[in-house]
Ligand binder design. Sequence first.
Ligand code: FES
Ligand SMILES: [Fe+2]
Length: 357
Amino acid sequence: MSGALRRYWHPVGWEHELGPAPRATMLLGQRVVFWRDAAGLPHAAADQCPHRGTALSLGTVDAQGCLVCPYHGWSYATDGRCTAIPQQTPGARIPERAHLEVYACTPRYGLVWVCLEEPAAPVPAFPEWDDPTYRHVACEAYTWQCGAGRMVENFTDFGHLGYLHDGLLGTRDDLVVPAHRVRTEGTELRYELTMTVPNTNDQFAVTGVTGERGLQTNSYVLSLPYAIHLACRYHDTGAHRTLFFAAQPRSETESTGYCFQSRDFDLDADPEPFAEFQAVLAEQDRPIVESQRPLEIPLDLRHELQLPFDKVAIAYRRALTELLGQPAAGSVGNSSVGAGSVGAAELEPDEAVRGVS
Ligand code: FES
Ligand SMILES: [Fe+2]
């Protein structure tokens, strides 16, 4: 997978699921181990012992917080230094090459985040996390057989909301996507649109809407490469619901989605219906997204059909192209996607299809 992705933070698991034993995961096609040190802080490293390539995730963590290989018992400190080779005579020098490759690792929002190289951007923002007026529900993580870009685009694809999620996120009698524009700023895409939503309170108690349908404004911040913050405002109640979503790119063909649903209404409500709502939506999406070919989004805009209401996907693919340092093939409109840093660009409502053949 592209080396540029190694410079961004990706979630690798829930913090509460990380106990005293090390855990294995995959990130960008690479085996990664993460574990807690003696103070409880998470750390991450290549899941491969420099001695004989054994998976360190099969090992243990000692009282000093060192990772101990299950094969010959060599141990590694959180900075990658080998601290013990029990087969050597006491006091013998530990070779420099007995060094484990370690990665930046930080806990945030109840997730463990890992960056395989020097971070190019901070962990994506989730401002409500520290806001006491909100309640958060961590939804069940889901692993799909697809690239993370497909997962992200599905999360933000307006065209399918009323069709695939008829009665939940929209209705089939109202499928026209409202006009909106996308602004690309650095490594973020921002866009907003107002839509009618069905009242799901009977089944899921999610919207807080009282009538049959409500008007909702959705404000999105898509943090490249694979995170989205969505703030929903319900016009008739003034209540807010936010979704924070981040995908873990395990490989080019497998990804895990982590999602929080947060609200500033019904604060004492049972969290279960909120999580269940997201689980129902995810299970409607999964077979669709896993069926898409290619398994990862094609960045050349000519490879799939782009219509004006697809402008978020267009802007996303263009920004991702630039982030990955790939030549911009099939770019559309006047906004520049040349080499170099991702600049500010705006895609107007009617600009999307120009130049796409
Ligand atoms: S393979 Fe890990 S210590 Fe030998
Ligand atoms: Fe969906």
